[in-house]
Write a protein that binds this ligand. Structure first.
Ligand SMILES: Nc1nc2c(ncn2[C@@H]2O[C@H](COP(=O)(O)OP(=O)(O)OP(=O)(O)O)[C@@H](O)[C@H]2O)c(=O)[nH]1
Ligand SMILES: [Mg+2]
Length: 520
């Protein structure tokens, strides 16, 4: 039997703990089915944050997953496994399991290169999803879920992702959840946060794919609190197609990413350019000293020849040159033309670069560091709030799925009591933020931005939009905005806006109280 204290050791913070307590307390007051659902919520609350990597077919999702984990383990490009959901979670021993739709499991050996095999040699139709347990430290506080690509017309993929994410059972000790039926499982399944992968050019399709993903992962809204986006394959962007890029690929990618951020708003706060392939090669040990040697040889070619070879992949591999064309093909697969160009450029500036230093340069060129930093800032730092909000959403969904009105009311009341506590205010603010950014509650644009600012950060200066200003200005501004939102709540606002306004008022009030406390 799992107790509240067992769970608390692994909970992300006080908000998750409060939701866990609620689940434990309600256990005895609800039907066996709902109670089973609550146990599942409890288990998920104490597991690492679940981040799904989502996007269109062949946008580079699996490549990015490998880069993030720091190991080339997810099959990319072809094979049936790219059509399956794979959950990468922390384990003390590397192990891969196929989970069948009927609940059976089968251990899957890694292939000769240490990857999950691209084809299973099993009845594909019977397979639910794949669970990969890896010793990689990144996974200690982040479970990464690789998803099949969603195309705009690909209803089958959408249905499959829905089914698979819904059926996903997070870990080994599931004796307790065996009595969980599909409805309940769907109510608690689904990712808690999303990393959207988009690429150049297909914006309308990306939009549709993202909408499809949100639909597939059930009711949980993705918003700037729990979603970030990357513009992947930044290396393949033709700079001449982007005004103002000055012929620079990375600058073109950054400009394009800014544009896409506008079209994806408010689903995500911003879009970061990245070169998943370079990141994967640099992070997963794929870049070898033999590769570095080949690049050094290429760096000695004369300018005219080199420029010629960089024109296209075909010319690069077929042009007459001392580096064997098989070696060139390998470089292309690992770095693509842009990465090769970057490496040779670096070597021309400093011919003595070691293989390690060159790998470092490639990693820098990939943009992965910024993505990691943002993942930390957005996901890890807010894991408690994100998990607690997802947990509460599941509890609500479970109660709603129950036919028992009395039970529904008891759960509803308990949630109200929880949310009324001062320490749960952060949850209310997250909820308000999601309501506004998802468009469920319409707000004038300037007010919506203010809600996003106040709810989107844990740093007071950022919340007030006044970083670096003197304390007395912050205090005065917090008080002024607290007053403004209170009167907006009482006059001017629609009932839905009013509920949001009360929460924002309280947020400013708490900021004001905290700032005054600091003043001593
Ligand atoms: N040039 C370049 N190629 C990339 C990049 N990222 C991925 N690729 C290539 O794009 C192809 C597809 O990559 P995957 O990671 O399999 O894409 P995916 O989104 O997981 O594909 P599905 O799971 O089949 O939808 C592979 O050949 C990758 O090597 C990148 O940043 N630049
Ligand atoms: Mg894939």
């Amino acid at each position: 039997m799992t107790t509240a204290t067992d769970q608390q050791q692994h909970l992300a913070g006080p908000l998750s703990a409060a939701v866990a307590q609620l689940c434990v307390r309600l256990q005895s007051q609800v039907s066996a089915r709902t109670a089973a659902g609550f146990r599942e919520v409890l288990r998920r609350l104490s597991a690492p944050l679940q981040v799904a990597v989502a996007g269109r077919i062949k946008s580079g999702k699996s490549t990015l997953v490998n880069a993030l984990i720091g190991r080339r383990v997810a099959p990319t490009d072809v094979g049936e496994c790219t059509r399956l959901v794979t959950r990468f979670q922390y384990g003390t021993v590397d192990r891969v399991e196929v989970i069948f739709k009927d609940g059976r499991k089968q251990v899957l050996p890694f292939d000769a290169t240490g990857m999950i095999p691209a084809t299973l040699g099993l009845d594909f139709e019977q397979v639910s999803h794949i669970e990969a347990y890896l010793t990689n430290a990144v996974l200690r506080d982040l479970t990464v879920i690789d998803t099949p690509g969603l195309g705009s017309l690909d209803a089958a993929s959408v249905a499959r992702t829905e089914q698979l994410l819904g059926a996903a059972k997070p870990d080994e000790d599931e004796e307790e959840s065996n009595d969980l039926d599909d409805t309940s499982r769907n109510a608690v399944a689904g990712a808690e946060a999303v990393l959207y992968v988009v690429t150049q050019g297909v914006r309308a399709d990306d939009q549709q794919a993202l909408a499809a993903f949100t639909a597939a992962t059930a009711s949980r809204e993705a918003g700037p609190v729990n979603a970030i986006a990357v513009l992947n394959k930044a290396d393949t962007i033709a700079p001449e197609s982007v005004a103002g890029s000055d012929g620079d690929v990375w600058k073109a990618a950054s400009l394009l990413a800014e544009k896409q951020a506008v079209s994806l708003k408010p689903r995500v706060a911003d879009v970061l350019p990245v070169i998943g392939l370079l990141a994967e090669t640099a992070e997963s040990g794929g870049f070898t000293s033999a590769d570095a040697d080949a690049l050094k040889q290429l760096a000695q070619l004369d300018d005219v020849t080199w420029e010629m070879m960089l024109v296209s992949a075909d010319i690069f591999t077929t042009w007459e040159c001392d580096v064997p064309s098989g070696t060139r093909l390998r470089l292309l697969e690992k770095l693509d033309l842009y990465g090769i160009g970057q490496a040779v450029e670096a070597l021309r500036q400093d011919p003595d670069l070691t293989a390690g230093a060159l790998r470092r340069k490639l990693l820098d060129a990939s943009g992965l560091a910024t993505v990691r930093a943002r993942l930390d800032a957005v996901f890890r730092a807010r894991a408690d709030g994100i998990k607690a909000a997802a947990g509460l959403a599941s509890v609500t969904a479970l109660a709603q799925a129950s036919g028992d009105l009395g039970e529904r009311q008891r759960v509803h009341d308990a949630i109200e009591v929880l949310l009324a506590k001062p320490e749960a205010h952060a949850l209310r603010l997250l909820e308000a933020l999601t309501l506004v950014t998802s468009g469920a509650v319409a707000m004038p644009e300037d007010l919506a931005e203010e809600v996003l600012r106040v709810g989107g950060s844990a740093d007071v200066g950022e919340q007030l939009g006044m970083q670096g200003r003197p304390q007395h200005e912050l205090v005065a501004y917090a008080l002024e905005r607290a007053g403004w939102w209170r009167s907006f709540a009482s006059f001017g606002a629609t009932p839905a806006q009013s509920r949001v306004a009360h929460v924002v008022h309280r947020a400013y009030f708490l900021i004001w109280q905290q700032l005054r406390g600091n003043q001593g």
